[in-house]
Design a protein around this ligand. Structure first.
Ligand SMILES: [Zn+2]
Length: 195
């Protein structure tokens, strides 16, 4: 067994603390951080005051297609892609930074964070395994999460064609504004009171 450096171990603990703070599940922590399961559980309990939740990770892509979820996760995934492609981050830092930015964006508009960290991480894996794709809306030009292999021609996003039940909530304002170049043509969303 190789002995790890003290500094290396400190970094792993810092990473674990950050991920637990974001809401990462134990299964994800074990895969992402080189600390034993026992230490991760202890760390989790110290930080949260409770044991890590048990249960399955999300396994279906259907949730990602519901109206409000799709708006949120499309925003998240656009930020994540920016971190990978433009900011040249590797996957885990890109995931952490994109998730932080997403929660900040939603919080700054008084909205509710719909996408939790586990869902965000699972979605990235769905993209990696070719179950989801980004489709470009033919009306607003924004990039939205869609099932892989769906016909991309004539795709209309959930903002340009919201379901009728969405009309009861305040309609999201779509403004084609560049947010520091984060989302190229992406809509800036007012998701405040939308349910
Ligand atoms: Zn659209």
């Amino acid at each position: 067994m190789t002995r790890k450096s003290v500094l290396g171990e400190v970094r792993e603990v810092q990473l674990a603390v950050e991920l637990i703070g974001l809401g990462a599940r134990l299964q994800f922590l074990e895969a992402a951080v080189a600390l034993s399961r026992e230490r991760l559980i202890r760390l989790y309990k110290e930080l949260k005051g409770v044991s890590p939740p048990k249960g399955l990770l999300p396994f279906s892509t259907d949730w990602y297609m519901t109206w409000l979820a799709n708006i949120h996760l499309s925003m998240f995934y656009n930020i994540y892609r920016f971190m990978l492609d433009e900011a040249d981050e590797s996957e885990l830092p890109a995931l952490i930074k994109a998730y932080r930015l997403y929660t900040e964006q939603v919080g700054s508009q008084g909205g509710e964070v719909v996408l939790d960290f586990t869902r965000a991480e699972t979605m990235v894996r769905f993209f990696d395994s070719d179950m989801l794709q980004l489709s470009t809306c033919c009306r607003c030009g924004g990039h939205f999460v869609a099932h892989a292999h769906d016909n991309k021609n004539g795709y209309v996003c959930v903002l340009c064609r919201p379901p009728s039940r969405a009309g009861k909530a305040r309609k999201p304002k779509v403004a084609e504004v560049r947010r520091g170049g984060l989302i190229s043509v992406g809509p800036v969303l007012d998701i405040g009171g939308a349910v």
